[in-house]
Design a protein around this ligand. Sequence first.
Ligand SMILES: O=C(O)CCC(=O)C(=O)O
Ligand SMILES: [Fe+2]
Length: 346
Amino acid sequence: MRKEFAYADARPSGIVLSETESDIIEAAALKVAAQYADYSLHSTDLLHAVELAAAALPSRVRRALISFRDESNAGGTLLLRGLPLGSLPATPARVEDEPAWTDVPVATLGQLMVMSVLGRSISYSDEKSGNLVQDVSPKRGAENRQENSGSILLELHTEDGFHPAAPHFLSLICLRGDRDGRAATVTGGIGDVLPHLAEETVAALRRPEFRTRFSTSFVHDTDEEVLTPPVPVLSGPEANPDLRVDFHGTIGTTPAARAALAELEDAVLGSLRGIVLRPGELVILDNRRTVHGRTGFTPRYDGADRWLRRSFALADLRPVLDDLGEGRSHNAITARRPARGLAAAA
Ligand SMILES: O=C(O)CCC(=O)C(=O)O
Ligand SMILES: [Fe+2]
């Protein structure tokens, strides 16, 4: 397995919020938190209040989000810096220690406010108990997992690329940085990579000859290997294709598909952007236009480890209304109901 990622520093491209702007967002978040303290984050009323509160975001930030939502960009990422976090509990080293949203109201609601400009919040009941905002912190015993609870290098992937309703956008807000400054979140945008791919590679990536293994965070420790039906890696408009791949979990089903996958990975590895996230920084990923991963790091499980929180958004909720169980949590799809419909949704 690869040991490190080489990347260009993404921090200079970030939009920096002033202290005043951050204070205004914090006040708006606390107002919603006070009014909805007894509500689940999945509550429609709460989520609508969050969407209204997003008016507290500075207009240049909202403009950047709107433009990113509609047209994306070459790197498929947007970085905001200086978001408010409020006071924070210890970094959870066990799933049982993950806080309620009301223990991290400012970070949680600020993140959801940003995401509300991009789409509709969603989660997956197969994963992380369907939490609408999920803790991304190293968990004891999970060190070697290809999941965000691990601490070895996390290979480049489309988030939930095996899922019929994979998120269109995801965001990661940093509550606590890696004190060793090692854990870098890296992204590879198809817009950056496409000009470097040979024509026959692009043609091969557009053929439905790729299958992706379901993440272990969905199928847990079942012995059964669950794979998607064969789908293309690239789809959609010629100059602005969608990308769906996991360099850990996607296999080519033909020699040409395997060669194209290898060339794509090389090209992505040669054009990575990355950042060792610091508190208050929020990286937003266009999940149809970029893959992401993370370098390895060393957790200590002392309450001060790296801690991010993640949330997902779909551009439109209507296609999944029948699939939603509790609140915004997408019903389980694995084992009993594998990813039928993935090809149609790709
Ligand atoms: O830890 C990171 O920087 C990224 C983890 C990740 O891929 C995820 O949470 O989806
Ligand atoms: Fe991820």
